[in-house]
Design a binder for this molecule. Structure first.
Ligand code: G3I
Length: 343
């Protein structure tokens, strides 16, 4: 037993400690890609983290704020909006010609306590929602041209999530949110954003049918954000691709809006090097699938963070390693997978 144990242990230690230096052309993603390549930004890090400045404006031409445009930050008190952070981010994006995608107007999370505790009849709730949507869109209209208007409104089984908006306004809150958003900016691209849609299952069918029915009523929703928090082997690439193609067929733009590929749910005894190679291959097929869409349907691919250190998944497991850069902001093989798919 001892004889087998030590060689295996040293192999594992070796594979976890080697430096992975991917051999790929480190040309800028934003220049190489025929569609926008985005990243979720933690604005605190944009202030303090030098690597952010070295990487973000060079590699990406689309930004989604990870937090600062959520209701608890933008609308902290009744009648009080705080656009300071958003305005700084707009300045940054303008300086480097980066698209800024608004995320997110109506969600069941990241609400300020005053909204969570708000007491009112359906009309008062609808007025609150209308004011929230329209004040934010109108303030940002000079720069932001696309919005996640409603986020994560469906359950996995395709039923509507019984969130604070549905409970107080009724099922029609989604439709109303898009009407008010459109009223505030007639030319903005309005998106619905959700997770697990790329599994091509009952949640996707329900969302697609719902937004087709809005379209039939004359409410224009331009695109769907597939969040794409995926693993190395789930969902199947055929399902991801089919989801995107179906959206295109129904006339919706496609945003892979929060992409990360987590490693920690794969085999227990796979070496880090092997997992990073699988992640590179996974990245490649995902981008290849996206490239099959017609150019006018490709809103873009956005990564949910710059480095593994920034990811929301790292809070749960250090072994998730889901993004393009490692914790020290070095390019990972996954980055090369993206570049290779563009060839
Ligand atoms: O920075 C504070 C820290 O100082 C404090 O000690 C700690 C205590 O909880 O909180 C830290 O802030 C948290 C922050 O993440 C950074 O970790 C916030 O509480 C927490 O709410 C915030 O979570 C964000 C979450 O949305 C809720 O807004 C995540 O960063 C962000 O990645 C996540 O993004 C969502 C998308 O918007 C929608 N789709 C799912 C996606 C992942 O959950």
């Amino acid at each position: 037993m001892k004889k087998i144990f030590w060689p295996i242990l040293s192999l594992l230690i070796f594979s976890f400690s080697i430096q992975d230096e991917p051999q790929c052309n480190t040309a800028k993603l934003r220049d190489r890609s025929p569609f926008p390549v985005g990243v979720a930004i933690n604005t605190e890090k944009l202030k303090d983290e030098e690597n952010y400045w070295k990487i973000v404006p060079v590699q990406f031409n689309s930004i989604t704020p990870e937090r600062i445009m959520k209701p608890m930050y933008l609308h902290p008190k009744k009648g009080v909006y705080d656009f300071a952070e958003t305005d700084h981010l707009i300045d940054f994006c303008r300086q480097f010609q980066i698209r800024l995608h608004g995320h997110t107007l109506i969600w069941h999370k990241s609400l300020p306590t005053w909204i969570e505790n708000f007491k009112g009849d359906p009309k008062e709730w609808e007025d609150l929602m209308k004011d929230h949507i329209q004040t934010i869109i109108r303030h940002c209209k000079g720069y932001i041209k696309s919005w996640d208007v409603v986020n994560e409104a469906f359950n996995d089984d395709g039923t509507l999530r019984k969130n604070i908006w549905l409970k107080n306004i009724g099922d029609s809150y989604i439709e109303k949110a898009y009407r008010y958003a459109r009223e505030a900016d007639t030319s903005a691209l309005l998106f619905y954003n959700d997770y697990s849609l790329e599994r091509y299952g009952s949640k996707f069918t329900a969302v697609l049918n719902y937004f087709k029915s809005l379209k039939a009523k004359g409410i224009k929703v331009d695109g769907i954000g597939l969040q794409m928090h995926v693993t190395l082997d789930y969902p199947y690439i055929s399902d991801i691709d089919q989801t995107a193609i179906n959206l295109q067929e129904e006339g919706f733009m496609v945003h892979y809006s929060e992409l990360d590929i987590r490693l920690n749910e794969h085999g227990l005894f796979s070496s880090k090097k092997h997992l990073l190679e699988l992640q590179q291959q996974r990245m490649q097929v995902i981008v290849k699938g996206f490239m099959k869409l017609k150019p006018q349907y490709r809103f873009g691919i956005t990564f949910w963070g710059v480095s593994d250190n920034d990811s929301w998944l790292t809070e749960k497991s250090m072994r998730a390693r889901p993004l393009l850069y490692d914790a020290r902001y070095k390019i990972k093989p996954m980055y090369c997978g993206f570049i290779e798919a563009l060839r």
